[in-house]
Design a protein around this ligand. Structure first.
Ligand code: ATP
Ligand code: MG
Length: 620
């Protein structure tokens, strides 16, 4: 038998052991971090009200910095690099000094346990220093996307009640200057927020206004050695609040804890990457998406590895990806799905311009990776493992994945992977009854992992129960649609809200994955529209560069889809698709436009001007 099948057996055995005795499984994993006081109890109560590592005391910044000093002071903790390939190296000793300085200033501003601090920055070392400084003081960190509208950000600042905001004067992306401080001035001028102090990281620039609330970090930063005692925090205290991507509706504020969440993330990455001490790990994500902090704050420094922070857009130049990999000898990449599509659309140059022989694994997260993109990666970087992990802001521990860190298992294109030790998925029908393999249904969880979020401002758990636990009795509902194959691999076919009822129920991914294998098409989204009392399928497609739209092309695509068993009534060509800030297609917007319905909350839409563009293309 193939070694990979033995690998799969090993994973399933570990999964079964974790399911049989979660206390034992998670007690062992708690050893991944250093506790000031070990927990009295591993799990108390039942999801969604359960507590993890009860009465355990720890500090995240101690785990990420202090504990490495004796042996790794000179090791590079992070490289920072931008689109122009200007770069900087930060050792663990540098990180220690900088985190302490940042913590000192935050403390002077009155930040303490129980407070929330908001961050608005590009991917720069200071984002890391301040994140860890917030944790050093035992406070709660909220990282926001650069580029949200003032209205959306003011809503979030009020929701998380931040009195202190740390911002960068500006950032750079895709060759453009982003004037972050000007934006903050406008926001605080026009909207009522709880913000009392704005700490500005100048980055060497002076071309911005300094107002009453502002403090320039470089002016107050202590010069000599400062040490701020890491505050001991109980495991269940909130470490961070994330807002969901807003793909299916208004973003929800989810909280993750200091103890359980960090243990879960470190467990997850041991199972996915099993990092080696000489690995260099680059996470290609915007700062506001959970992926950035998950890797750069809670795992890379906690494991004492070396990370790469990249400021900018990977598609700015076709050779950027391979140049960065070559420059730092990157061995592990964690990437959003949209970034992998960008590499494909940039062509071979994106992976062939530099020596990328150090690269061992690329992990996909965010959306199902379509088979076409996977094939392209296989063809052009055959020596690199393509891994997948399916998780969500509400449950930042993989639901399904390819745990290559445990054992090499077969990779199935189109699938998110198999059972992940420590979590459990089930596919159920409309009544919540588990379905047999190959039957499409709703993906639900039987979670027993410490990375299951609670909701912000939801003290008795009412909102969590209503939002996630009421649709299917006894299960957490993911909102996703899919099926399990005969080997137990999970296929995510799209969002349940987006399912198209055209005769049978069809997940958007089923149609889209076919369309994007057509040589003329770069990207596509499938949408259901009302037709004869049921639904018909409409495809919104972006032709590849140099391909012109025509009736002939539309007919060809329809024919192509018909050969795969999908009857599509209409193909509309557009220049780009509506995407969230995390790069996911916002199909609900397309659906609303096609059906002439209310467009709902589009606060996380990357570029709102696309709405008019789409209206025109759809003839609305
Ligand atoms: P909202 O919940 O506000 O609609 P969102 O679901 O996009 O936004 P996230 O928490 O960022 O917010 O994304 C989680 C979702 O992303 C999952 O529910 C799933 O639909 C999708 N997803 C994430 N990773 C994968 C993956 N590897 N394969 C398939 N789908 C994935
Ligand atoms: Mg979601």
């Amino acid at each position: 038998m193939d070694a990979k099948f033995y690998g799969l057996e090993k994973v399933i055995k570990e999964w079964e052991e974790a399911k049989k005795d979660p206390e034992k499984f998670w007690a062992e994993k708690a050893k991944l971090i250093t506790w000031f006081k070990r927990p009295d109890k591993i799990i108390e109560g039942h999801p969604p009200f359960e507590k993890w590592y009860v009465n355990g005391l720890l500090n995240i910044s101690y785990n990420a910095v202090d504990r490495h000093l004796p042996e790794k002071g000179e090791k590079v903790a992070f490289y920072w690099v931008n689109e122009r390939l200007e770069s900087k190296a930060i050792s663990y000793r540098d990180l220690y000094c900088e985190v302490n300085r940042a913590a000192y200033v935050l403390k002077e501003l009155g930040v303490k346990k129980g407070d929330t601090v908001s961050l608005l920055m590009p991917s720069i070392p200071e984002a890391l220093y301040f994140s860890l400084a917030v944790h050093r003081l035992g406070a709660t960190l909220v990282i926001h996307y650069v580029g949200l509208s003032p209205e959306t950000l003011s809503y979030r600042l009020n929701d998380c009640d931040s009195k202190v905001m740390v911002v960068a004067s500006k950032g750079f992306r895709n060759g453009n200057e982003i004037r972050i401080k000007d934006f903050v001035d406008k926001l605080l001028n026009e909207y009522k927020t709880p913000v009392e102090k704005v700490l500005v990281v100048k980055r060497g620039y002076d071309d911005f206004n300094v107002n009453k609330m502002d403090i320039i970090y470089e002016e107050v930063k202590p010069r000599g050695k400062v040490e701020v005692e890491p505050v001991a925090v109980e495991s269940n205290e909130v470490a961070t609040i994330y807002y969901t991507s807003g793909t299916t509706g208004r973003p929800k504020g989810l909280t993750h804890t200091n103890g359980g969440y960090v243990v879960a993330l470190n467990t997850a990455f041991k199972s996915i990457f099993n990092p080696r001490q000489n690995d260099v790990w680059w996470t290609i994500s915007e700062l506001g998406w959970p992926v950035w902090p998950m890797a750069n704050i809670y795992v890379i420094p906690v494991m004492g590895l070396t990370g790469v922070l990249f400021e900018g857009f990977i598609g700015y130049k076709p050779d950027l990806f391979s140049r960065v990999v070559e420059r730092f000898g990157v061995s592990l990449v964690w990437s959003s799905t949209t970034t992998l599509y960008t590499l494909k659309s940039l062509g071979e140059e994106s992976v062939k311009s530099g020596d990328i022989s150090t690269l061992r694994m690329i992990l996909n997260t965010g959306e199902p990776l379509n088979v076409g993109a996977w094939m392209w990666l296989r063809e052009h970087i055959p020596n690199v493992y393509i891994a997948d992990a399916y998780w969500m802001t509400e449950h930042l521990y993989p639901v399904a994945a390819t745990p290559f860190g445990i054992a090499e298992i077969p990779y199935k294109p189109g699938s998110a992977g198999t059972k992940f030790p420590g979590s459990e998925y089930v596919v159920v029908d409309d009544e919540g009854k588990p379905l047999p393999p190959q039957s499409k249904g709703y993906i639900v969880l039987k979670p027993c992992s410490p990375a299951l979020a609670k909701m912000h401002k939801d003290h008795n758990g009412e909102r969590v129960v209503k939002t996630y636990w009421s649709r299917f009795q006894g299960y957490f509902y993911t909102g996703d649609y899919g099926y399990v194959d005969k080997d137990g691999y999970l296929y995510v076919l799209g969002r349940a809200d987006d399912v198209i009822t055209a005769g049978e129920r069809i997940g958007t991914m089923e149609v889209e994955s076919v369309v994007v294998t057509h040589p003329a098409i770069a990207e596509a989204a499938a949408v259901g529209y009302k037709k004869d009392g049921g639904e018909g399928i409409l495809v919104v497609a972006v032709p590849k560069k140099g391909v012109s739209e025509s009736q002939e092309l539309e007919n060809m695509i329809k024919e192509y889809l018909r050969n795969s068993g999908y009857i599509v009534d209409k193909v509309v060509f557009v220049r780009r698709l509506p995407k969230t800030k995390s790069g996911k297609i916002m199909r609900r917007l397309l659906r609303a436009l096609v059906r002439g319905e209310e467009i709902g909350d589009v606060s996380t839409l990357d570029d709102p001007s696309i709405i008019e563009e789409l209206r025109k293309a759809l003839g609305q």
